[in-house]
Design a protein around this ligand. Structure first.
Ligand SMILES: Nc1ncnc2c1ncn2[C@@H]1O[C@H](COP(=O)(O)OP(=O)(O)OP(=O)(O)O)[C@@H](O)[C@H]1O
Ligand SMILES: [Mg+2]
Length: 424
C-alpha cells in the first residue's frame, strides 16, 4: 500500500522517496464503526521544520513527540549522524524512554513492532542530581546555568522587576560592572556587587539580595561556561529534564540559553559547510538540530515576554537556513506566540475542543476552513492516539492514529485505584 509522506516537497519526494522519514502512524479512513487504518504516515526528518503538536490533556501529545524521537533513533546510521534531537522536558517524563515499552507489547505486536528502549542521554540540573538518584533515575550528565550568560533584562524578567524601578536600575548597574570585568561570575558575585553599590538605598539592595539568595539555594547556577558538545553529538537524543527547576521563570532562563547556543553553533557550522561545499569537500560535523519542547506555551506565550521569547522567535523565524527544526508541544495552541503558529508547516493535532484553539490552527493553514478542521477532529474515532495532521507543503489534512511507542512512556495519568484494589 502506498505511503503518505508529510512535510516533504514534491521535488524531495521525487528525489528521495521515503528515505529519511519517521513512521509516525497510519491514515484513518471511514467513520464511526467503519473507521479503519490504511497507509503509513511518514514525516520528513531531513529538512528543517516548525512543527506543532497539540491536543487537550491526556490526548497523546507527549507520547507522539516520543514517537518522533524514536524514529530519529531508528534512522539508518548515515542519516542519523546528520541529526541531533534535544528534548526540553519541563514535566520530567522523557527519562523513561531508555526502557522498552513492555507494558504495551500486545499492542505493539498488532503493529508488527517490538518493545525497544532508546539510547537517550539524560541531562539533569547540577545540585539536583541526588534527587534523581534517590528516585532511581539514572542520569548521564549534569548541567548548570552560568550566571554570567544572563543580561540584567533576563534577571529583571525572571524576578518580575521593572527595568526602570529603583531595584531594576541597581540590578542593571551591578550586572554592567560585573560584565566589564569578566563573564565568569556566579550568583555569589552578583550578590556582593549589589551589596557594595554605594549609590542605592539599603531597602532596594535588600530586595535584590533576597531574590538572588533564594535562587542561589536552588543549586542550578554556576560560574563556568556551559558546553553543549554532548547535545550536539551526531545522532544523539538528549533529554534535558528541567522539571526540578523551581517555577517557569527559571525554566525559561534555561531555554533561552540553550536556544541561543543552538542558533550560534548552527550558524557557525552552516558557514563552514557552505565554504567546504564550494571547495567540493564533505559536510560539517555539527548535526542539524531538532529542538522539541513540551508545554511550549510557557516558553513562547502570546501574551507576555519571557526570557526565552526572543531566542525562540529567532529559531522560529531564522532557523531554516542554519538547519534547526522546532517542535512545540502544547495543550492550548492559541496561547502560543502567533509568529510561531504562522511559521508552522506541520501540525499534529490530537483532540481539541475549544474554538479558540481550533482557530489558532487555522492561522497555520489559511487554506483550511475552520469547519474543516473542526469536523475532521470530530470525525476521528475514539481510539487512543488519534489525531489530524496538517501539512502545509502539500496543503493536505489527514486523519490518523499515532503508532504505539516502542519505548516506555512515563506520562500516563496516575490512577487512585491500586492493583490490589482492582476487582477480581
Ligand atoms: N498513539 C497512542 N497509542 C496508544 N496509547 C496512547 C497513544 N497516545 C497516547 N496514548 C495513551 O494516552 C496517555 C496520555 O498520553 P500523553 O501523556 O501523551 O498525553 P498528553 O497529551 O501529553 O497530556 P498532557 O497534556 O496531560 O501532558 C498515554 O500514557 C498513553 O497511555
Ligand atoms: Mg504531555
Amino acid at each position: 500500500m502506498y505511503e503518505i509522506v508529510v512535510g516533504r516537497t514534491q521535488d524531495d519526494l521525487k528525489k528521495y522517496g521515503a528515505l529519511g522519514t519517521a513512521y509516525i502512524g497510519k491514515h484513518i479512513v471511514g467513520l464511526g464503526e467503519d473507521a479503519h487504518t490504511t497507509s503509513k504516515i511518514l514525516l520528513d526528518l531531513v529538512r528543517p521544520h516548525v512543527m506543532l503538536i497539540c491536543g487537550k490533556r491526556g490526548s497523546g501529545k507527549s507520547y507522539s513527540a516520543g514517537v518522533i524521537a524514536e524514529e530519529v533513533a531508528n534512522l539508518p546510521e548515515e542519516l542519523r549522524k546528520n541529526l541531533a534531537v534535544i528534548i526540553i522536558d519541563p514535566m520530567g517524563i522523557y527519562w523513561s524512554m531508555k526502557s522498552p515499552n513492555e507494558k504495551d507489547s500486545e499492542l505493539l505486536r498488532k503493529w508488527e513492532l517490538k518493545p525497544k528502549g532508546v539510547d537517550i542521554k539524560l541531562f539533569v540540573p547540577q545540585g539536583r542530581a541526588a534527587e534523581f538518584e534517590s528516585a532511581g533515575i539514572l542520569w548521564d550528565y549534569t548541567i548548570s546555568l552560568p550566571a554570567g550568560e544572563f543580561s540584567a533584562e533576563d534577571w529583571a524578567i525572571t524576578f518580575n522587576i521593572e527595568a526602570f524601578s529603583d531595584a531594576g536600575v541597581l540590578l542593571g548597574r551591578a550586572i554592567k560592572n560585573l560584565k566589564a570585568r569578566s563573564d565568569a561570575y556566579g550568583i555569589r558575585e552578583i550578590i556582593s556587587e549589589i551589596s557594595s553599590d554605594n549609590r542605592a538605598e539599603q531597602k532596594h539592595k535588600d530586595v535584590l539580595r533576597g531574590l538572588f539568595e533564594n535562587i542561589e539555594g536552588w543549586g542550578i547556577f554556576g560560574k563556568d561556561k556551559i558546553s553543549l558538545e554532548e547535545m550536539f553529538r551526531p545522532g544523539s537524543i538528549s533529554v534535558i529534564d528541567i522539571s526540578h527547576y523551581e517555577g517557569w521563570a527559571t525554566k525559561n532562563l534555561f531555554v533561552s540559553l540553550i536556544s541561543k547556543k543552538i542558533y550560534q553553533a548552527r550558524l557557525t557550522a552552516r558557514k563552514g559547510e557552505e565554504a567546504r561545499s564550494m571547495l567540493g569537500e564533505e559536510k560539517s560535523e555539527l548535526p542539524m538540530i531538532w529542538l522539541m519542547m513540551d508545554e511550549a506555551h510557557q516558553f513562547l506565550p502570546n501574551d507576555a515576554k519571557t526570557t526565552s521569547s526572543d531566542a525562540l522567535l529567532t529559531l522560529v523565524k531564522l532557523g531554516r537556513e542554519p538547519g534547526i527544526s522546532t517542535v512545540f508541544i502544547t495543550q492550548q495552541p492559541y496561547k502560543l506566540h502567533p509568529d510561531a503558529l504562522s511559521q508552522t508547516d506541520v501540525v499534529l493535532s490530537h483532540r481539541l475542543t475549544s474554538e479558540q484553539d481550533i482557530k489558532a490552527l487555522e492561522t497555520v493553514m489559511q487554506t483550511y476552513l475552520l469547519s474543516n478542521i473542526q469536523r475532521s477532529i470530530d470525525d476521528l474515532p475514539k481510539w487512543k492516539g488519534t489525531a489530524i495532521i496538517l501539512d502545509d507543503n502539500s496543503e493536505k489534512l489527514y486523519g490518523m492514529v499515532v503508532r504505539p511507542r516502542t519505548s516506555w512512556h512515563a506520562g500516563g495519568s496516575p490512577i487512585a485505584i491500586k492493583n490490589d484494589q482492582q476487582k477480581a
